[in-house]
Design a protein around this ligand. Structure first.
Ligand SMILES: NC(=O)c1ccc[n+]([C@@H]2O[C@H](COP(=O)([O-])OP(=O)(O)OC[C@H]3O[C@@H](n4cnc5c(N)ncnc54)[C@H](OP(=O)(O)O)[C@@H]3O)[C@@H](O)[C@H]2O)c1
Length: 326
């Protein structure tokens, strides 16, 4: 029996809970399992078998889980095999996820996370800690949402040296730029609409100034290309200065503009770039896309949904399968 603890019960946590309620799908994937704890910032439910339907209902009705142990107390007092760490990203301190992940790994529990913060702040430390404790730290959901990147490179093209990874890692910027391309409206106008749609981070500069993309680039560089870089090593330019006129000029010449993140031996950069209209990286809307260049496999393109409750939960579930696949 796999005992699962869920830390964070927001868009991703609830998406994961909904998939875990599909016993038929999940039993076929990982065998027998039980959720032994679910926590949000204000409360928790701890039981040998948490009723997820009930937990979702309570969260929906009250906006919070009932008073109970906090995450630290759960880690210290409850037995579980794997923690799903799905709390908000803080790329300056990594908290609260960093402390949660360290404590779980030290205790000998596997960790699956969608939270970029802890990995941006302390990837090397966390991966060493996992190794020393004989457990795994998996993080497919941190980059590209549903779009497979991490396991694709680590497992499916194992043995390759990665020469470069280049692509679109922020769906919000891509949405803004592809609408500017189509409608030649101003950046500000489309940003306001994107906010209404709820696809912009609470702190909008994370998205539009390229910081979210840079955080993902740091995770890719450190985990897949054996680098040891941090956010301050990334050259970052966002999309706030791009004008409809810039699109006019680009389109006349058969190009468009996209926010491209790129890592290779000599480049670690997030910046708006001209992309030929017929290039596969020229995706529209909130899609993400990457081009991987590997020494044996050559070029691989991946396109997919970079965010969303079930989409991101899909990546978390794929990590569960990586750990416990029947
Ligand atoms: N949403 C996406 O499409 C997406 C895609 C890729 C990666 N991610 C990442 O996945 C993580 C979760 O995203 P989300 O969209 O689900 O965020 P969210 O909707 O804001 O949910 C975050 C959850 O974490 C809880 N939380 C905050 N501090 C906590 C603490 N100290 N202890 C326990 N729980 C705590 C919150 O509690 P309350 O409910 O009480 O506020 C909330 O339930 C983030 O790191 C995000 O960057 C999200």
């Amino acid at each position: 029996m796999i005992r699962i603890a869920i830390f964070g019960f927001g868009a991703v946590g609830k998406g994961v809970a909904k998939i875990l309620m599909d016993r038929e799908r999940m039993n076929r994937l990982i065998g027998n399992y039980s959720v032994v704890a679910v926590a949000d910032s204000k409360g928790s439910i701890v039981s040998s078998s948490v009723n997820l339907k009930e937990a979702l209902k309570i969260k929906e009705k009250n906006g919070r889980l009932p008073d109970g142990m906090n995450v630290i107390e759960i880690i210290e007092e409850v037995d579980f095999d794997v923690a799903l760490e799905l709390t908000p990203t803080n790329i300056d301190t990594g908290e609260p996820g960093l402390t949660h992940i360290k404590k779980c790994l030290k205790k000998g529990a596997n960790v699956i996370t969608s939270n970029k913060g802890p990995l941006v702040v302390a990837y090397k430390e966390l991966s060493k800690l996992a190794e020393r404790s004989g457990v795994k730290l998996l993080f497919e959901a941190t980059v590209g949402g549903a779009m497979p990147v991490i396991k694709l490179i680590k497992r499916d093209i194992a043995g390759n040296r990665i020469r470069s990874i280049k692509g679109i890692l922020n769906g919000t910027c891509n949405y803004i730029l592809s609408r500017m391309e189509k409608e030649r409206l101003s950046y500000r106008m489309i940003l306001a609409e994107a906010k209404e749609l709820g696809i912009v981070e609470a702190n909008e500069s994370y998205d539009v100034e390229g910081i979210d993309s840079a955080a993902k680039l740091v995770i890719l560089a450190n985990s897949l290309m054996d680098m040891d870089v941090s956010l301050k090593d990334v050259e970052i330019e966002g999309i706030t200065e791009i004008t409809p006129e810039a699109f006019e000029i680009a389109l006349e010449k058969g190009y468009t503009i996209r926010l491209i993140s790129e890592v290779s031996e000599d480049v670690l950069r997030v910046s708006p770039r001209l992309i030929p209209l017929n290039n596969p990286l020229c995706v529209h809307g909130t899609l993400n896309a990457i081009l991987i260049k590997a020494d044996l496999a050559g070029e691989i393109f991946v396109i997919g949904r970079g965010a969303g409750s079930l989409e991101t939960a899909s990546a978390v579930i794929s990590d569960l399968a990586e750990l416990y696949s029947c």
